[in-house]
Design a protein around this ligand. Structure first.
Ligand SMILES: [Zn+2]
Length: 140
C-alpha cells in the first residue's frame, strides 16, 4: 500500500510526507469512508488532528478523496479513483460494514428536473445493507 500511495502522490505532483502517506494508506487499505475523528483514532499516536485534516483537504482539492455527509451529518471522506461515468458525487454506503461504493453519474433527467436552480453541492448518499452483510445475517 505504501508504494501505491507514493505513486499516487507522485502522479498528482504532491510532496511526499509521512503524514500524507499514512492518511492515504488508510484509504487504500479499506473500502470504507472515514471521518476526521476515525483517522485520528487510527493515526493519532503518530499525527495530530490538524495535520491529518490538512492532508484530507489536499486530497479533496486534488479530487483523490470525495467528501460527503453521512446520515448522522458527519463529514466523511472516501477514495475517489475516477471510475468511468462516476463523478464521485453519488455513493452507496453499507450501514453494517461501512463499505462505500461509488455510483454512476445521475441521469440528466434528474438535473433537468431542477430547471434553472443553481446547484452548489451535489452529493447523493444511498444507505442500506450490502449484499455481503445481508448474506451474513442469514447464516447467523
Ligand atoms: Zn456491508
Amino acid at each position: 500500500m505504501r508504494s501505491k500511495a507514493i505513486l499516487i502522490l507522485k502522479e498528482n505532483e504532491l510532496k511526499i510526507t509521512q503524514n500524507r502517506l499514512d492518511v492515504l494508506s488508510v484509504f487504500l487499505c479499506s473500502e470504507k469512508a472515514f471521518s476526521l475523528l476515525d483517522l485520528e483514532k487510527i493515526l493519532g499516536d503518530k499525527h495530530d488532528r490538524s495535520s491529518i485534516f490538512r492532508s484530507l483537504q489536499t486530497y479533496n482539492e486534488k479530487g483523490l478523496l470525495e467528501k460527503f455527509c453521512n446520515s448522522s451529518g458527519t463529514a466523511v471522506y472516501t477514495l475517489n479513483l475516477h471510475q468511468p461515468n462516476c463523478d464521485g458525487k453519488s455513493h452507496f454506503k453499507c450501514k453494517d460494514c461501512e463499505t462505500v461504493v461509488s455510483l454512476p453519474n445521475l441521469p440528466q433527467e434528474y438535473l433537468q428536473f431542477l430547471g434553472n436552480h443553481k446547484i452548489e453541492t451535489m452529493n447523493v448518499l444511498i444507505e442500506g445493507t450490502c449484499e455481503k452483510c445481508q448474506n451474513q445475517d442469514k447464516i447467523e
